[in-house]
Design a binder for this molecule. Structure first.
Ligand code: NAD
Length: 490
């Protein structure tokens, strides 16, 4: 791996003259493995100008040409899953299997976008009024920017770029500065797939780079995924600057376990979804809500499974030392605020010198405690006990976040009622991580999404296009006349 990670502009790596850099770590070893350049305002100008140039050509590419490039990109992704997964695992710390899983889920979004000749078909009405035909088309926006988080270095860019490019835009990616390499690999794969240079550009950078992009007059739209405070800022700033914005934020996802649930099934699912990727998923289940009398039996089953979660094998480290310490702080705060720390991840033996923290299980957590209130984004599961179904729904609906939730039950009627009453964007029924398949769209409610378009799938494609409606008449000159009245449909 290069020790100096660059931008990718106009089909080649560009170092950037600015000289600002940020360290990139391997969270497993704790070592500093590279420096990534951080774009200056001048780099932003260069990248956006190149994207404008590329967008102007690409918008004219036929739908069949675009589809051919997308099919070729899908093949490139398929044959480079291992390479992408290795880049993700090295800089993020997740296991190789988990990293390969995120690439495969990202592939679904490219497969959806290969259908662009069908998906962009407009509507047509013959004789909508006397002698008048009407048809609609969806046109690209121009330069669209994607700003992505550290926790899915391949999948989240793939949520965005397939649809953006299929729709005829130039896509400019600003990946997380903590995990900059996967973006460059994606850029090379797009090039090998035959995408014209500049249609997929990568600008490495930090908050300053993002702010310059949000204000840039030649950026038409911004797709953001990250934490809620930054999502709110991105939505407000980009909207003020006249851009279309979808900004996905953080989460606090509840697993609601009803009294009739198979508790072994529920415990397996909750352990998998709470501690997978060390809890650094926006769809991680970080709260288990034990309904009725199931608390003790559920907690015992979860605790029984935790020795089987091997640190360094099944569960990797956290992204940075600071984040590891912050997550550990929530375990300490839980104990101080009255929760029962049944399993304390701070006691786990780290398998390597990196940023490891073992799985923690907090019982008797209440909504006032910081472990419940905040998105911890680490391997900490809080168990909250409620007396009945209504209280469980009230708890979830009172939470400011609304990304994902799951209900565990064998009662179809109860599950149906839960789905109808819950104020959350993505709901699983006995499915712990209900990330929608690529033919649907991904998005939370409330503080988990700012803007009104969900990401990928049909809503994602609509986000990257704007509608034009064309009204056509071929008048007979013999009947043509001046008429100052407002046009009537007859
Ligand atoms: P983050 O908000 O710190 O960073 C996200 C992106 O914004 C990065 O590219 C970063 O460089 C940039 N950024 C950071 N601070 C900024 C600022 N002040 N101004 C402008 N840009 C800024 O998020 P993260 O720590 O990389 O990722 C974890 C967060 O992302 C969690 O909250 C998680 O829930 C969320 N997330 C949400 C989803 C979703 O679909 N809702 C998916 C994945 C991650």
């Amino acid at each position: 791996m290069s020790s100096h990670i660059s931008h990718w502009i106009g089909g080649r790596p560009v170092a950037g003259p600015g000289g600002r850099t940020a360290p990139v770590h391997n969270p497993t070893t704790g070592e500093r493995i590279a420096e990534t350049v951080l774009a200056t305002e001048a780099d932003v100008e260069t990248a956006v100008a190149d994207s404008v140039r590329a967008a102007d050509g690409w918008r004219r590419a036929s739908l069949s040409k675009r589809a051919a490039v997308l099919f070729a990109f899908r093949e490139q992704l398929h044959s480079h899953i291992d390479e992408l997964a290795a880049a993700v695992a090295t800089e993020h710390g997740k296991t190789l299997a988990d990293a390969a899983g995120e690439v495969r889920r990202g592939l679904e979004n490219i497969e959806f976008a290969t259908g662009v000749p069908h998906l962009l078909k407009g509507e047509h009405s013959t004789e909508a009024a006397g002698g008048i035909d009407v048809h609609s088309v969806r046109e690209p926006l121009g330069v669209v920017v994607g700003i992505t988080p550290f926790n899915f270095p391949a999948m989240v860019p793939l949520w965005m770029c397939g649809n953006a490019i299929a729709a005829g835009n130039a896509f400019l990616l600003k990946p997380s500065e903590k995990v900059p390499s996967a973006a460059l690999l994606l850029a090379r794969l797009w090039q090998r797939a035959g995408l014209p240079d500049g249609v997929f550009n990568v600008l490495q950078g930090d908050a300053g780079t993002v702010d310059a992009l949000l204000r840039h007059p030649d950026v038409a739209a911004v797709s953001f995924v990250g934490s809620t405070p930054v999502a709110r800022h991105v939505h407000r700033t980009a909207t003020e600057h006249g851009k279309r914005v979808q900004a996905l934020g953080g989460a606090k996802n509840h697993a609601v376990v009803l009294p009739d649930a198979d508790l072994d099934v529920a415990a397996d699912a909750i352990v998998s979804a709470a501690y997978g990727s060390a809890g650094e998923r926006c769809m991680a289940l970080s709260v288990a809500v034990a309904v009725g009398g199931v608390g003790d039996a559920l907690v015992a089953r979860i605790a029984d499974r935790l020795p089987g979660v091997r640190l360094g094998v099944d569960m990797g480290p956290l992204i940075t030392r600071e984040h590891r310490d912050r997550v550990a702080g929530y375990v300490a705060a839980g104990a101080e605020q009255g929760a029962t720390v049944l399993v304390d991840g701070r006691d786990a033996e780290p398998p390597a010198p990196g940023f490891f923290l073992g799985a923690s299980l907090l019982d008797h957590v209440t909504p006032e405690m910081s472990a419940y209130r905040d998105e911890i984004f680490g391997p900490v599961l809080s168990v909250v006990r409620v007396p009945g179904f209504e209280e469980a729904v009230e708890l979830v609906n009172a939470n400011p976040y609304g990304n994902g939730t799951a209900v565990f039950t064998r009662d179809g009627g109860a599950a149906r009622r839960f789905v109808g009453e819950i104020q959350v964007g993505m709901v699983g029924v006995n499915v712990p991580v209900p990330v929608p398949v690529g033919a649907y769209s991904f998005g939370g409610w409330k503080a988990s999404l700012f803007g009104d378009a969900h990401m990928y799938g049909p809503e994602g494609l609509a986000f990257y296009t704007r509608a034009k409606v064309v009204t056509t008449r071929w008048p007979d000159p013999a009947t043509s006349a001046v008429d100052l009245g407002f046009p009537q449909t007859r």
